[in-house]
Write a protein that binds this ligand. Structure first.
Ligand code: WTA
Length: 650
């Protein structure tokens, strides 16, 4: 087949992996499938440092998830940070654990495993002194600084539960999350830095916490040195609390199924939900997938340029790589600062071997011109990864040819906040690739495609992607709302986990993710619910009603289009547009904005009052040739006005 790219010789040469061919991949899949419990118990015992190694694999099943979440390694007990730090001290004490590159090129800091261990211990001692105990929740609202990883690990070491809130979120969004998880401690910094700009993290935290007595302490890292507001008694400087603390700390031993973190993500309805990941299974899954997919080697310099505020940062900047004893790079800046050569400058100066980013960044950089890439020596690269949204074949080829110079394996990794780690992805050392395809399910993953009538598709076909068997990394529940977890993931195609994604499987069994089939948008790899944007838009006084849909966007993957009905007597214009953008910024954050706006006299609704998004999606896509029957609408005439105003005809 013309479009099949063999595994590049360099990606295979001297691979330490057991899996260097499709046959080896298939036999690993078979070995696991033959007895997943036994295989995973042995794997988890080998991969992690346990206080009490587990004897049990999976407990429960997706059939019983209504009554109780699944469990993995339930009789095992561990301190997660012993796997990520302590056990590396003997063999990798002086190996760089975290290499940090700041916003300005060349601002770097390296923490060896020994140094990182000491910092995490100090921070754990400081957090304990502030009253953080096993099971307590701490919110982290930080930029991309090493202390973000240190704070996560320090919480983990205490048996506390962290919830990282992406630094782009607004005060309102931060406040919602603080309240939802019942956090008593918030960790932030004076300001973040990104692309030459400062982000007022402490000021936003103060706004979010105004009037809240539940949060007893705010630990503040001094990063830029900016003046910040201060609430005596509540606020504590990081350097005053952490620096004098002892560099040793005995990690708290937890059950494998104790929660490790909560991460909020957008769904198709209502407010963001806090997915709960637990300790043993999550760590085993991130460590396994990180090693297998990237074909990790001891001397790799591994760089994932995501943000720790998203699941990719949790699993593949912090937990997976550190559990594997890798050198992981943390990057504070953007791909465009100070110019579109920044990533490649980073690769050249740090000798990066594995580079992991999002398709939006790849498309942006491809558009900026090849000379930004070719100006740099990228010979250290061996594996190039992508995640977060579908990658179009043109962008894939550019990544492969211009960045990878045809010698690197490109791994398009499909997964979700809910899955904890990668699920469908090539193995760099084994899987031939096709541009635009995430290829094959990882060993253990049972992927199935069903049609809307719940019929399982065999062989090639397109439908909705479900996962039929539990894997160790699956999120166990939604914080405080198990019923919502069940309703969201297990009610559409029971008893299976429904991903919310559409997927096509070709004749070779390769998977092509077609995007969300629910009301979740994926804008530049950021998940945003249409309901969240609508809720923000209707806070504007002039707005009576709003409906939001996605449309294909050349760079961002998806753009946001809002159909807005104004209150009687109100009119559009630049003031209205500015207040709509501001409402998104205030309600959600800087990453949420409306790309296209259409004022409409009414929304197309069924007689029962449900908005027919299908129609709006077609309008947003600019193709209404197959609009279908609109006669069942409460007011069919509204569609004609919307089409006429959009300059479309059927
Ligand atoms: C999408 C990010 C196509 C998908 C790790 C999924 C992808 C959502 C890919 C999860 C990929 C992620 N190809 N689509 N390789 N990776 N997605 O929770 O729609 O932020 O459901 O997790 O991103 O986004 P989340």
């Amino acid at each position: 087949m013309a479009d099949l790219y063999p595994v590049p010789p360099q990606a295979q040469a001297s691979s330490p992996s057991r899996v260097t061919s499709l046959e080896a991949y298939a036999s690993l899949c078979r070995a696991i499938a033959a007895d997943p419990d036994a295989w995973w118990v042995a794997e988890a015992r080998r991969r992690l440092a346990w206080a009490d190694p587990p004897t049990r694999g999976l407990d429960g099943s997706f059939h019983d998830v209504v009554d109780s979440p699944v469990a993995w390694f339930a009789d095992g007990r561990l301190d997660v940070t012993a796997s990520c730090l302590d056990r590396h001290l003997a063999t990798r004490g002086d190996k760089p654990a975290i290499v940090w590159e700041g916003d300005e090129p060349g601002t770097t800091r390296t923490l060896t495993y020994r140094e990182l261990h000491a910092e995490v211990c100090r921070t754990a001692n400081a957090l304990a002194a502030l009253g953080l105990r096993k099971g307590d929740r701490a919110i982290l609202y930080m930029g991309m600084v090493p202390e973000a990883a240190i704070a996560m690990l320090a919480c983990a070491r205490l048996g506390a539960i962290h919830s990282v809130v992406f630094g782009g979120f607004s005060a309102e969004a931060l406040r919602d999350r603080v309240l939802d998880c019942g956090a008593e401690l918030v960790i932030t910094q004076d300001e973040g830095r990104r692309g030459g700009r400062s982000i007022p993290l402490k000021a936003t935290t103060d706004e979010a916490l105004a009037g809240l007595t539940e949060v007893r302490h705010v630990l503040v890292l001094r990063h830029t040195g900016a003046e910040v507001g201060w609430q005596a008694g509540r606020d504590v400087w990081w350097h005053e609390a952490v620096a004098p603390a002892a560099p040793t700390h005995e990690g708290v031993i937890c059950e494998a199924e104790d929660p490790l973190f909560i991460l909020y993500t957008s769904g198709s309805t209502g407010r963001p939900k806090g997915l709960v990941h637990t300790r043993g299974g999550y760590l085993a899954w991130t460590s396994f997938t990180h090693e297998l997919v990237f074909d990790l080697r001891e001397d790799d310099v591994y760089a994932c340029v995501a943000d720790v505020g998203w699941i990719t940062g949790h699993s593949y900047i912090v937990y997976g790589p550190l559990c594997n004893g890798a050198t992981t790079l943390m990057f504070e800046s953007t791909p465009l600062h100070p110019d579109p050569g920044r990533y490649w400058d980073l690769v050249e100066r740090h000798g990066v071997t594995v580079f992991y980013t999002a398709p939006t960044a790849i498309r942006t950089l491809a558009a900026a011109g090849d000379h930004h890439v070719t100006a740099h020596d990228l010979s250290s690269l061996r594996v190039l990864g992508t995640v977060g949204e579908p990658i179009n074949p043109e962008a894939w080829r550019w990544y492969h040819e211009v960045v990878g110079q045809g010698r690197c394996a490109v791994v398009d990794t499909w997964w979700q906040t809910e899955t904890g780690g990668m699920m469908i992805a090539p193995l760099a050392s084994a899987t031939p690739t096709k541009p635009g395809s995430a290829t094959l399910p990882l060993p253990t993953v049972q992927a199935t495609i069903v049609d809307a009538q719940d019929r399982v598709l065999r062989g090639p076909g397109q439908g909705r992607l479900c996962l039929t068997e539990p894997w160790p990394g699956v999120a166990r529940t939604v914080w405080g709302d198990h019923a919502r977890y069940v309703a969201t993931y297990f009610s559409q195609h029971p008893p299976w986990y429904f991903t919310g994604d559409g997927c096509r499987r070709d004749a070779d069994g390769y998977h092509w993710i077609t995007g969300r089939v629910d009301d979740v948008l994926n804008v530049s790899g950021h998940r945003i619910g249409t309901a969240e944007i609508e809720a923000a838009l209707v806070t504007v006084d002039a707005v009576a009603e709003a409906a939001v849909v996605g449309f294909p966007h050349d760079v961002k993957g998806q753009g946001v289009m809002a159909f807005v009905v104004l209150q009687p007597g109100e009119q559009g214009g630049s003031t209205l547009e500015a207040s709509l953008q501001q409402a998104c910024r205030t309600g959600i954050g800087a990453h949420a904005r409306v790309d296209r706006l259409q004022l409409v006299p009414g929304l197309p609704k069924t007689r029962s009052g449900k908005v027919m998004r299908r129609i709006l999606r077609k309008v947003a896509e600019g193709d209404v040739s197959s609009l279908g029957d609109t006669s069942t609408l409460a007011d069919p005439g509204v569609v004609d006005v919307i089409l006429a105003d959009a300059g479309l005809s059927r």
